[in-house]
Design a protein around this ligand. Structure first.
Ligand code: PEP
Length: 254
């Protein structure tokens, strides 16, 4: 049985005061949510205060990105080791906004996954297709290529330590959501790609769905057998909505 995982991707939102209030509200509503792993991914500068606030609780902290380099003359970068040392547990890798806006290729994402694993972080590998790719029937090839690049870099055994987030790009921040059947089909496809190399890893790896998950659609999505929780953008900025989504994930594991 895979434990569902729900992560909030705050993107470029939040101030120290707003972060403090949001984390406090999430913590206040988490008492009976042990059946789901929950985390928040604030902007980098807010990570230390979130870690401080959540120490000793069941709320984990993640980062939205890390450098593909370990150390050196890379102005503006933050390394996986640094994130781990300040208390992060997760790091998002290859989010579609990083791929589209910051030139992150499959190969760069693969190197980031590898470096995150070496530092002891759990990488959350984000994959997904554009609307054009879906409409032209290339969606499986595109997502398989994104997975394959990481398999080539780290191998199947280390894949067991990843979380995968399937996020159709056309559903991110748009209010459009993949239907539960569309999402389930892609999650099963991803599990099939991994299963061809290791059925055990395929069974164990958690695959989140992301893309306009809201309080009112989470339960239907999480009811699908291969959907193990969600990566939540907009709805993670409101504690009340985020907690309803976490509750839906917890209920799906029963
Ligand atoms: C995301 O940023 O990963 C995401 C899924 O955003 P939203 O929930 O706002 O679509």
């Amino acid at each position: 049985m895979r434990k569902p995982i729900v992560l909030g991707n705050w993107k470029l939102n939040g101030t120290p005061a707003a972060s403090d209030a949001l984390v406090a509200s999430i913590l206040a509503g988490m008492a009976s949510l042990d059946a789901v792993d929950i985390g928040v991914c604030p902007p980098c500068v807010l990570i230390p205060q979130a870690v401080h606030q959540t120490t000793g609780t069941h709320l984990a902290v993640g980062a939205q990105n890390c450098s593909e380099f370990v150390t050196g003359a890379y102005t503006g970068e933050v390394s996986a080791d640094m994130l781990r040392e300040v208390g992060c547990r997760y790091v998002l890798v290859g989010h579609s906004e990083r791929r589209a806006l910051f030139g992150e290729t499959n190969e760069i994402a693969a190197r980031k996954v590898h470096i995150a694993l070496k530092s002891g972080l759990t990488p959350v590998l984000c994959v997904g297709e554009t609307l054009e790719e879906r409409e032209s029937g290339q969606m499986n090839t595109v997502v398989e290529g994104q997975i394959q690049a990481v398999l080539n870099e780290v191998g199947i055994e280390l894949f067991a330590r990843l979380v995968i987030a399937y996020e159709p790009i056309w559903a991110i921040g748009t209010g459009l959501t993949a239907t539960p059947a569309q999402a389930q089909a892609m999650h099963a496809m991803i599990r099939g790609v991994l299963g061809a190399q290791s059925p055990a890893v395929a069974r164990a790896v958690r695959i989140q769905y992301g893309g306009s998950v809201k309080a009112d659609n989470a339960a239907q999505l999480f009811a699908e057998p291969d959907i193990d929780g969600g990566l939540i953008g907009g709805a993670s900025l409101k504690a009340e909505d985020f907690l309803v989504i976490c509750r839906a994930a917890a209920d799906s594991s029963r």
